[in-house]
Write a protein that binds this ligand. Sequence first.
Ligand code: A2P
Length: 342
Amino acid sequence: MSNTPLSIAIVGATGAVGRAMMSILEQSDLNVENLYLLASERSRGELLDFRRKSHQVQVADEFDFSKAQIALFSAGGDTSKRLAPKAAVAKCLVIDNSSAFRYEEDVPLVVPEVNPEKIADYHKRYIIANPNCSTIQMVVALKPLHDAATITRINVATYQAVSGAGHKGVSELIKQTGELLNGRQVEPEAFTAQIAFNVIPQIDVFQDNGYTKEEMKMVWETQKILGDDSIKVNPTAVRVPVVYGHSEALHLETKDKLTAEQAREILSNAKGVRVIDDTEKGVYPTPLSQGTGSDAVFVGRIREDISLQNGLNLWVVADNVRKGAALNAVQIASHYVRTVLG
Ligand code: A2P
């Protein structure tokens, strides 16, 4: 429990992640004395409840960030680039959910279960970056295995929920499903192809090397968070017609042999991880059961790779809006409050 009275701003408070940030803060033991809810001109004056009090949404561009000690940003990269430096100058710590600053050397990229020590570098820019949702759940599951057996290569295919694309992603899946079930045609808007009754092997734009930006984020961010540029990561990121909860099929190569039993034991004791793995009973995590409203990273289907000497396969599921974004940001904030603000 932290008694430090806090003034916190949420930039993008009306969005999917912003609302999750509010509800996680509401349940946290942080002593939030003042909460400033910020969004675009469109939401000016909208009323949102926090701890049984109504708060008016203000326009982020007009906000004086010196009023807050911490600002949680989730309003897209352009808003972060425009406003995060203003907040930082006012010594308001920015915890940024966009990719605007993630790859800058003096900006810590943090998953509290993995590299909490990097939060101490906050003072370099007064910005801490929150990683991409797919990277967060992957590194939470991988860190204890990496510590035990040194991962040399990660092959990963993701199955990413539409909420990763914000409100517009969720409404497009629901609207298209309704239209199609009523025999009407649909045109994709938020995604590059029809998402209802389909899967799309493209998230974000293609890069010169044939990978998408979402896939390359997983490469760069995993290496930065684990502090090891030699780890090879080979991702394929896929959008699936699921509302909440990202899933990942991970295929690892390790320097030292790890049996499935050893991996299960290590993961059962790992911070932030819950093992759900009983194939005899057909028990494993799914986004519908575990990927909504939960805090942990769920791991199942733990098995040795029959095609490799030191290979291990895992199925990893997490709530992309909570652990993949809002919860991770609030965990960083709590750590900062405990270790820096006192
Ligand atoms: P608004 O609701 O006023 O548009 P999502 O990703 O779920 O769509 O949410 C995006 C969030 O980012 C919303 O809160 C949205 O506010 C906010 N946002 C978008 N553009 C801006 C902007 N230019 N300035 C401040 N907030 C913005």
